[in-house]
Design a protein around this ligand. Structure first.
Ligand SMILES: C[S@@+](CC[C@H](N)C(=O)[O-])C[C@H]1O[C@@H](n2cnc3c(N)ncnc32)[C@H](O)[C@@H]1O
Length: 393
């Protein structure tokens, strides 16, 4: 049976012809009241469709707390320092951050303001309630999306992979060697099908510049053009500090290696299962693709950010107090058997180089040249920001 969102999307296609996958994805994920990410249903977590590091354990929040304290020091210990979190959900990461800052007795806690950005108002309300319950002596402060910028740290964990992307296919016969894979309707007027569209010269040039090399015949590849806008927005929220992107991603050449990636990386998730059927059940499935780190770095340079490090989640955790946390959780006064078991299971996921441990961590500095060089100082890396000893696969 067709859902309301099915009908709406099909009506748009009937009216105006095949739509880009990014338009389909935008409606499937964020259509007001109906999109996958805007309804009340839990998406991230054991009872949802996928698990993320902050939903699994507090370890990532603890590592980022160590990093945030040092970033705050390097921007001169300002009286207000903002944690801007894109895709903050119900606040698992922000709460782990605050808890770790308190355990460390970090002076940052008194300067901390939290600016959660999320399309889901149900999760945002849960986050607001949780932070309000945590407030001691007035800290941390929650600020709205339109607060004027201050120094801070911007974090996006598994956010960029959910931003709408277009899909292209290598076609030697097409005018520019590439076609766009759009979403159309079969003759029954109900079933959504892939439809290929030729690009005009300027679109083809934009795609060629984005990919850097032609796709082979039949090869599929995704292109997200939203990073530039996102990073420009980031610079309106934070004046100086650090941007931290954590996600599954690879450089563009690896992502579009025809020998291993003929089908691209786009997937739909439902109930912890992945499928390549991207067009069914809009609003019921997460839609996602690997983040193109080359495109992200280019967008960062265009927004005036300075690259600090490209590392992995395992290296970030290992370099930012993991051993202390393991000791605390296994032998500290609050240690419990359940806690030790949860820790062991979380470590197996978070440190696995073929799993979350291999997620990309991209750090960029913003602010004055002095602030940027302090963030990116190779002789004194931020906690967790040293390059991995060996590249993780
Ligand atoms: C994969 S979840 C990750 C959640 C959280 N960062 C974590 O690691 O558990 C993606 C998050 O981004 C939010 N999101 C997705 N698209 C968004 C958009 N266009 N604008 C703002 N938030 C969005 C979702 O509501 C969701 O909370």
């Amino acid at each position: 049976m067709s859902s309301e969102l099915d009908l709406r999307i099909n009506a748009e296609i009937t009216e105006s012809g095949p739509i880009s996958f990014s338009r389909f994805m935008e409606r499937a994920l964020t259509e007001p009241s109906l999109g996958y990410y805007v309804t009340e249903q839990i998406r991230a977590g054991r009872e949802g469709d996928f698990i993320t590091a902050p939903e699994l354990h507090s370890l990532l929040g603890s590592a980022l707390a160590r990093m945030a304290t040092e970033v705050w020091r390097r921007v001169g210990e300002p009286a207000r320092f903002r944690w801007v979190e894109y895709g903050a959900g119900s606040g698992a990461l922000a709460l782990a951050l605050v808890a770790q800052l308190r355990r460390d007795k970090s002076p940052l806690i008194d300067a901390l303001e939290i600016q959660p950005i999320d399309v889901n108002t149900f999760r945002s309300e849960e986050l607001r309630n949780a932070i309000t319950n945590q407030q001691q002596n007035g800290a941390p402060v929650l600020v709205g999306a339109d607060a004027p910028p201050v120094a801070g740290m911007v974090v996006a964990n598994e956010y960029l992979d959910a931003l709408p992307f277009n899909i292209y296919v290598g076609r030697a016969a097409a005018a520019h060697g590439v076609s766009e894979r759009c979403v159309g309707l079969a003759a029954d007027g109900v079933t959504r099908v892939w439809v290929e569209r030729d690009l005009d010269a300027s679109e083809a040039q934009r795609v060629a510049e984005h990919f850097g090399a032609p796709l082979v015949e039949g090869q599929l590849a995704e292109a997200c053009f939203a990073f530039d806008t996102w990073l420009r927005e980031v610079t309106t929220r934070v004046t100086s500090g650090l941007v931290v992107v954590i996600d599954y991603g690879r450089d563009g050449v690896t992502l579009r290696d025809a020998a291993s990636r003929m089908a691209g990386t786009a997937l739909a998730y439902q109930g912890h299962r992945a499928t390549t059927d991207l067009l069914s059940e809009p609003g019921e499935r997460d839609l996602t693709a690997h983040v193109d780190l080359t495109a992200l770095r280019k967008a960062a340079a265009a927004a005036g950010l300075q690259p600090v490090t490209s590392t992995s989640q395992a290296a970030l955790l290992a370099g930012a107090g993991l051993d202390d946390e393991i000791d605390r959780l296994r032998r500290g006064p609050e240690a419990t058997l359940e806690g030790a078991i949860a820790l062991r299971s979380a470590l197996a996921h978070l440190m696995n180089p073929r799993g979350m441990g291999g997620f990309a961590v991209e750090l960029f500095a913003l602010g004055t040249p002095e602030h940027k060089s302090r963030m990116a100082d190779p002789t004194n890396p931020l906690p967790g920001a040293a390059a991995p000893i060996r590249p993780l696969v």
